[in-house]
Design a protein around this ligand. Structure first.
Ligand code: ADP
Ligand code: MG
Length: 735
């Protein structure tokens, strides 16, 4: 629009410049350019030549008239010349008439003709003789007048007058050049004239649409900017009013309070009809309290507290917006919040109740733990924040731990395998059998009490009693499960099992990832695993990619600042799921047989250790917990008869004996709560240091053969285990 204005302005300027010239010649020339002007100059020059001739003739006739006048005066004084004078008069009249006739023959100007006429009258010409000239003079005067009026109309570019004077000019025969020029100006001015008319009409009608069209039309025909300005201002004002009205309308329709407030202000300043503004104000009056109530609801939903929600819901009811989604949502949120508060209250209630539980009573403690666990789970399910449950969660862990401790921080399970078909063939008989659930009797070998006796039980049953240890590890405790017994007693079967009858280790893996799965919404977990073998006094990294024996010297056992065991250079791999951990276990087992062959040894002559570390981070509180599960399949505990073995085997047996004795001593020291626990006596106990004693939970399997031929070794094993057990029981009783 701006550029259109500018070009319009430019056009009208150039037009004004042309029209503004007062010079009639220039006006006559109009817009026809220099070429035309030159031509016109030539014509002018020609006319001047002609008029010079005429002038000369006129001078002659004037001279004659003067002579006549002088002679007239003389006539009064000199009478004798009368006859001759009458003759001269006649000549003068004839000459004047002749001149007049000549003038009529050319195309005279009015002034010339008037002069010649006057001369002829003076020379005594008769009226009849002058009639033609007089008529001609009248004609010429009329034409001159018409031309002059036309010229002025052209000058003023006045359409009405142009039309009028053009008609007259054509009628009286004004030169076609002037007429053409005037017609051209008229053609130019007519659309402007019309545009002007339309502008006025639109203004008088007060119609914005019409005015907009008229202004556009006026710009198109290059109406003078000065003339247009008034209408443009009028249009701008009308448009802003129109806009203000439209804004008012849409704000009303959208029921938008902020927009409505703004639009009302705008409408007032744009001069919108006060009645219209009043209507908008009425809408605002209804909408404003609703709007405020909505704002309150939104804020309350964000804050999420029951009090804020209740207050906002009340305000919303007062503003009568119960039908709105926001109201319904807030109401739902309030219900959820109230439920959450109730659940949290239930947890706090349970927490109070369990505070007084007798933690020396395992059943009462178990019940308290279960009640708290259920309350916590309910609370989490209804969206109670983790931070609000921290105390209850800590308490639950303590209760779980107390139960585990009540079971004994070192528990001993005895497992007697069935007689093998070979033993039966060889005439072996069963000399060890359980008497009741917790005791074992050996023919001519005494009775032994344990935390559990399996003879042999199923793998499921055995694991059922280990399951809670996995939860303890995920809760951040270190746990150990190891199997002790002579070769062939069932240690590997119990710890690892066979396909279809998986042992403790694979079941632990399954349980670990089940526990993790349950907690995934609240915690992020990292599981790492290592596998190693202790043969004689050497550690072998079973996950090492290179030669497993090559790195043994570098595998030093150390303690970190927090008392955790660290094995330098030991491979530790992160595993994402049970499948990955099982694959790792398989890889380590395969590596073990390779190593055994390389060392010319049997797997039963070394200790096998699987270590699984679990780190959990609470997503909300960022609390980090680290627990460890150590699963150990010990070397056979049997003593070899000196006569039966080579030097190497002797050394091997001595080393195994040393390690198992060290383990027995550590357990004994722990169960007797001795001040110093001799972990340093062997690499085996160094390796198990953070998994034995302290807050760690230990589960020892003593595996026995039932065969009569193994009775001595069975009794030895039972005695080894019993030592730990008796002492443990004694400690428990004194606690
Ligand atoms: P260890 O590891 O103590 O040397 P194994 O676990 O290798 O002993 O067991 C020796 C044999 O006895 C294996 O053939 C094993 O399958 C079998 N065996 C061990 N325990 C059981 C059991 N509870 N039920 C059936 N067979 C068993
Ligand atoms: Mg074995």
């Amino acid at each position: 629009a701006a550029s259109a204005d500018a070009s319009g302005e430019a056009k009208s300027k150039s037009r004004r410049k042309k029209a503004g010239a007062d010079d009639p010649d220039a006006e006559e020339l109009g817009k026809s350019g220099k070429a035309k002007k030159k031509k016109s100059d030539k014509i002018e020059a020609g006319e001047k030549v002609k008029s010079k001739k005429k002038k000369k003739a006129l001078e002659v006739s004037v001279g004659m008239m003067e002579a006549v006048a002088e002679d007239g005066e003389a006539a009064g004084q000199v009478a004798v010349a009368e006859g001759r004078e009458a003759g001269e008069e006649e000549d003068e009249r004839t000459s004047a008439l002749a001149k007049l006739a000549a003038l009529l023959g050319s195309s005279p100007k009015a002034a010339e003709l008037d002069a010649a006429l006057k001369a002829a009258v003076a020379a005594g010409a008769e009226d009849a003789e002058l009639a033609e000239a007089k008529a001609r003079l009248k004609e010429l005067k009329a034409r001159d007048k018409a031309r002059e009026r036309l010229r002025q109309a052209v000058n003023d570019r006045d359409v009405e007058r142009l039309r009028e004077t053009l008609a007259k000019a054509e009628q009286v025969g004004v030169s076609s050049k002037s007429v053409a020029e005037a017609k051209k100006v008229l053609a130019e001015e007519e659309p402007r004239h019309e545009a002007r008319g339309k502008l006025r009409q639109a203004r008088d009608a007060g119609d914005v649409e019409q005015l907009r069209a008229a202004v556009a039309e006026a710009r198109r025909v290059a109406l003078d900017g000065g003339e247009l300005a008034e209408f443009e201002d009028l249009l701008a004002g009308a448009e802003s009013k129109e806009k203000a009205e439209a804004m008012l309308q849409s704000a009303e329709e959208a029921l938008n309070v902020a927009d409505l407030k703004f639009a009302i202000k705008q409408a007032k300043s744009a001069g919108v009809d006060p009645e219209r503004v009043k209507r908008a104000k009425a809408v605002l009056k209804v909408e404003e309290p609703k709007h405020k109530a909505r704002e309150l609801l939104t804020a309350a939903c964000e804050a999420g507290t029951a009090d804020a929600l209740k207050e906002a819901l009340q305000a919303a009811e007062a503003a009568n917006i119960q039908g709105e989604q926001l109201f319904k949502d807030a109401k739902k949120q309030l219900k959820r919040e109230e439920k959450r508060q109730a659940k949290l209250a239930a947890v706090l209630g349970a927490l109070k109740e369990v505070a007084s539980v007798d933690t020396t009573d395992i059943d009462a403690t178990r019940e308290a733990k279960d009640r708290l666990s259920t309350a916590i789970q309910d609370a989490i399910a209804s969206g109670v924040a983790e931070a609000d449950l921290a105390e209850a969660e800590t308490r639950r862990k303590r209760l779980h731990n107390a139960i585990e401790d009540l079971k004994g921080s070192i528990r001993v399970f005895c497992r007697v395998r069935p007689l093998s078909s070979k033993e039966k063939e060889d005439g072996d008989t069963q000399v060890a059998r359980p008497t009741g659930g917790l005791t074992l009797e050996v023919d001519d070998g005494g009775d032994y009490a344990f935390d559990a006796v399996y003879a042999p039980g199923t793998q499921e049953e055995v694991f059922e009693d280990c399951r809670d240890l996995v939860q303890s590890a995920v809760d951040g405790y270190n746990v150990t499960m190891f199997a002790y017994g002579q070769t062939g007693a069932g240690k590997t079967f119990t710890m690892y099992g066979v396909p279809g009858a998986e042992g403790t280790a694979p079941r632990t893996i399954g349980e670990l990832f089940r526990v993790i799965q349950r907690g995934r919404a609240r915690f992020s977990y990292t599981v790492m695993a290592s596998m190693l073998e202790l043969y004689r006094n050497d550690l072998v990294d079973l996950l090492s990619k290179g030669n497993p024996t090559a790195s043994k010297s570098k595998l030093n056992v150390k303690l970190d600042k927090s008392g955790g065991v660290v094995v330098d250079n030991l491979t530790e791999e992160e595993v994402k799921d049970a499948e990955e951990l099982s694959a790792l276990l398989e890889r380590g087992t395969a590596q073990r047989s390779v190593a055994a062959t390389a060392m010319n040894s049997e797997s039963s002559r070394s200790h096998l250790v699987l270590m699984i570390t679990v780190v959990s981070v609470n997503c909300e509180t960022k609390e980090r917990l680290k627990g460890k599960i150590l699963i150990c399949d010990l070397a056979g505990s049997e003593r070899l008869k000196k006569s039966q073995v080579s030097d190497d085997m002797q050394k091997e047996a001595i080393e195994i004996n040393k390690s198992l004795t060290a383990l027995g001593d550590v357990i004994e020291a722990l169960t007797q709560k001795q001040k110093t626990v001799p972990y340093r006596n062997h690499k085996l106990t160094q390796l198990m240091q953070d998994s034995l004693g302290g807050t760690a939970k230990t589960l020892m399997f003593v595996n026995c053969s039932p065969a009569s031929s193994n009775a001595d070794e069975t009794i030895n094993s039972l005695k080894y285990a019993q030592r730990a057990k008796n002492i443990t029981n004694a400690v428990q009783k004194s606690a």
